[in-house]
Design a protein around this ligand. Structure first.
Ligand SMILES: Cc1cc2nc3c(=O)[nH]c(=O)nc-3n(C[C@H](O)[C@H](O)[C@H](O)COP(=O)(O)OP(=O)(O)OC[C@H]3O[C@@H](n4cnc5c(N)ncnc54)[C@H](O)[C@@H]3O)c2cc1C
Length: 346
């Protein structure tokens, strides 16, 4: 089959890899160059974890997690690093309770800690707090993935065309199947009920980088998260705020950074790492596409035209799994009405 994929972020590239691996001729369209910074899939790190507070997503990641290891091997490494994850907060926080219950239900090993010294000595835990430590987690590099996936696709006969496609369904005239993975631009393209926000993150110099070996998430309303240093020669870590920032139009290249979110990061560095005067380095902002309940959306626009918006700031880790499902749609092995929580007619 000839398959056109519009949108070369993590979803489009994974759909392209899955379609190519199944023997189809792939053409990938994107309005920007392969390493652009206007969408949601750029930078050096995204958390990939198997554990999830919501059992629906946990069930998917039980399948999807190992796909990152396969992808890393297929593309020659430097895509996924398994570090383990440290999720912490008030012992009664519902996310920690459901996360632990999910691990128990799936018979997955984990540690529940009240004293983090042995595992994450740089982080301060309060008396009423716990941490769930799970080895099956780490971080993927969006930029390494985009570089290597694009090279692999092109070396194996795919085409990449840099062009904005205003009416993707019109590609049906040339291709057997069309897949739309247009990220935040899907809102206008398909008139989706989503909000596009800017999310803030920054780097922080830490005094003891060797004590930061885990990805981590603080279970609280702003969902602050972070990473270990990106290589052994740096003393900087990246951390960010998950709660929604200002609403933006993805067509406008300006990505505002809000002081309120920077203040949350400064507060975190003081509270948790004991850094008296934290200096945020290189603050940046990136697009989230949010649904009201943070579920992903996908569907069939018309016969042979499929779309997916795996969004709400937690989609990256599902990229390889979503790519396989989009290839299933194209091969008519699975209907987009599968997975009722994702169903959306446009
Ligand atoms: C700061 C930040 C941190 C995050 N952290 C995590 C994390 O730790 N873990 C996690 O799982 N997820 C995380 N996410 C979410 C995750 O990154 C996104 O869900 C994912 O990248 C979305 O990928 P996408 O391919 O759907 O969209 P994008 O990456 O935005 O790709 C869409 C592409 O479509 C192209 N396009 C759009 N319209 C057209 C058109 N008409 N014609 C041609 N091209 C078009 C765009 O140029 C773009 O390249 C984070 C997101 C941000 C912003």
């Amino acid at each position: 089959m000839k398959v056109a994929i519009v949108g070369a972020g993590v979803m489009g590239l994974n759909a392209a890899l899955a379609c190519q691996a199944r023997g189809h001729q792939v053409t990938l369209y994107d309005q920007f160059d392969p390493l652009h910074t206007q969408g949601s899939s750029h930078g050096n790190s995204r958390i990939v974890r198997l554990d999830y507070p919501d059992p629906f997503y946990l069930d998917i990641m039980v399948e999807g997690y190992s796909l990152w290891k396969k992808l890393d091997q297929k593309l020659g490494g430097q895509i996924f690093r398994e570090s383990g994850i440290f999720t912490f907060g008030d012992s009664h926080h519902p996310d920690l309770q459901t996360l632990e219950q999910g691990l128990i239900n799936h018979h997955l090993p984990y540690q529940k800690l009240t004293d983090n010294q042995s595992i994450f000595p740089a982080l301060h835990l309060n008396n009423n707090e716990i941490a769930i430590h799970n080895d099956r987690a780490g971080w993927a590099s969006p930029d390494n993935f985009r570089t290597k996936a694009t090279a692999h696709l092109l070396a194996n006969g795919a085409q990449r065309i840099q062009e904005f496609i205003p009416d993707p369904a019109s590609l049906k005239a040339t291709y057997d199947k069309v897949i739309l993975t247009t990220g935040s631009w899907t809102k206008q393209l398909l008139n989706l009920p989503v909000i596009v926000n800017c999310q803030t993150y920054a780097y922080l110099q830490v005094p003891n980088p060797q004590d930061h070996t885990k990805v981590w998430i603080e279970a609280q309303e702003h969902g602050i998260y972070g990473f270990p240093p990106e290589n052994s020669t740096t003393n900087k870590i990246k951390f960010g705020v998950h709660s929604p920032g200002p609403e933006v139009d993805p067509a406008n290249p300006d990505r505002p950074i809000t002081q309120e979110k920077l203040d949350l990061l400064i507060d975190f560095a003081q509270r948790r790492f004991g850094i008296k005067s934290p200096e945020l380095i290189n603050p940046q902002s990136c697009l989230y596409t949010n649904t009201v309940n943070t579920d992903f959306l996908w569907g069939e626009l018309e016969t042979n035209v499929y779309w997916a918006s795996p969004c709400s700031g937690h989609g990256f880790k599902f990229g390889p799994w979503i790519g396989e499902r989009l290839a299933d749609f194209a091969e008519e092995k699975l209907l987009p009405t599968a997975y009722a929580r994702f169903n959306h007619n446009v």
